[in-house]
Design a protein around this ligand. Structure first.
Ligand code: TXA
Ligand code: MG
Length: 394
């Protein structure tokens, strides 16, 4: 079905959540309230998903109890059917009352610190027969992923609809996740009826996914909460947390289900090539050695050490006609916040032929940043100090 996609503004500052109250307080005469109500109507009385801001990235949400609506999420994004969706709740009460799910004790220290916020946990699918989570949403797995977003618009929407919303990132499959309503519009115009525009997303990368149903517990996807934060908050229960999905034995008798199916797909990719540089210091000789073609428009996204004048000079000498240099930021949080936004700007707005990106080390926010950058990159160059050589690793 083709839609005329409406983009409606909502102001997060007009939404208040008094502590321990299930519903937000919003002046009913505001556009924010009216537009949230419009979104609620779509969620409750149609099978069409709507896009909304969260603190991580924009999500494309529909009731996790409605299989047709969940199918329409996959259709709009062109998402592979075997990649399950994250459920979003506005309160622990919803998890218990609507889904009949229990929180496992292993998560207690984490959710008491990080909910509402960018942390997704894996729980066993409840066995109770009413209000079942759609199989489309879980891909029939025995576990489901759930988080409580901190963004006032996301929380208000879920609370007002009183529905746990299945919501993947609101990008077309394989593209970088959207951190602004304009990104969603570019990817999904005509495919969904409504985008709530609540401004740019603060975190800029998706939530961290942790699995405490296994021993040892696992960090399945690095994201808005760092591994260090998980270990600090999690105490004894999380001190041995393992990074990455488990290797499931490839036994031909068994159906092999990757633990975080989403991580196996091509992801986060601009349409133009992206070269990622690691440990290349000021980057000048690394860029000189790796960019030789005459390019029309090259973007350079820097973090901490790149010598912008030196790289600009090198690119001029190699014949580049136009060079755009931008800083992603110095701190982990600013680099996270800007990463998808700047990749999209260089690709979709400025139509660069090549994007060069300076990587960061993998501690704190760096783990999630490098996870996304390695997937976005068409080539990865790493400088090896022991052999003094630049090695292409992808
Ligand atoms: O920040 C976020 O998490 C955003 C916003 C919208 O909340 N959502 C998001 O959803 O990133 P999505 O669909 O793009 O990523 C969901 C990830 C995938 O890697 C998927 O494989 C994994 O969660 N996942 C979902 N259910 C799972 C399960 N039962 N076990 C393991 N991984 C699961
Ligand atoms: Mg996604």
């Amino acid at each position: 079905m083709a839609f005329h996609t409406q983009v409606l503004k909502v102001d997060p500052l007009e939404i208040k959540f008094p502590s321990n109250e299930p519903l937000p307080v919003i002046d009913e005469s505001t556009d924010t309230f009216q537009n949230l109500q419009t979104a609620v109507n779509y969620l409750k009385s149609t099978d069409s998903p709507v896009a909304f801001p969260t603190e991580t990235v924009y999500g494309l949400g529909a009731s996790s109890l409605n299989s047709n609506a969940c199918l329409n999420i996959y259709k709009a994004k062109n998402r592979p059917a075997d990649n399950p969706l994250i459920l979003h709740i506005s309160s622990i009460d919803q998890l218990k009352r609507i889904l009949h799910a229990d929180l496992l004790p292993v998560y207690q220290p984490l959710i008491s610190q990080f909910w509402p916020g960018p942390l997704t946990i894996i729980l066993p699918v409840p066995t109770k027969q009413d209000n079942v989570i759609s199989d489309i949403c879980t891909h029939g797995q025995s576990t489901f992923a759930v988080r409580m977003p901190a963004h006032p618009v996301a929380r208000a929407l879920i609370a007002m609809a009183d529905l746990p919303l299945a919501a993947p990132s609101a990008n077309a499959s394989t593209r970088p996740s959207p951190t602004r309503a304009a990104h969603v519009h570019l990817d999904l115009d005509g495919k969904i009826p409504l985008i709530l525009d609540g401004g740019s997303c603060q975190v800029g990368l998706e939530s961290t996914v942790v699995d405490g149903t296994t021993n040892p517990p696992r960090l399945l996807r690095p994201g808005g909460i760092s591994l260090e934060q998980i270990k600090n908050a999690g105490g004894q229960l999380w001190k041995d947390v393992v990074v990455g999905p488990a290797n499931i034995a490839n036994n031909s008798q068994e159906k092999v289900v990757p633990r975080t199916p989403g991580m196996k797909y091509k992801h986060y990719s601009p349409t133009c090539p992206v070269y990622l540089y690691l440990d290349t210091k000021d980057g000048v000789s690394a860029v000189k050695d790796t960019v030789s073609e005459k390019l029309k428009k090259v973007a350079v996204l820097t973090t901490r050490e790149f010598d912008t004048d030196g790289i600009r000079q090198t690119l001029v000498e190699s014949g580049a006609q136009e060079i755009i240099v931008k800083s992603l930021g110095i701190t982990g949080s600013s680099i996270s916040h800007n990463l998808f936004d700047m990749l999209r700007e260089m690709d979709e707005v400025l139509h660069c032929d090549l994007i060069l990106v300076e990587g960061v080390d993998s501690k704190d926010e760096g783990l999630a940043i490098m996870n996304r950058l390695c997937k976005a990159a068409s080539r990865i160059y790493v400088y090896k100090p022991d052999t003094k050589q630049l090695v292409q690793e992808k």
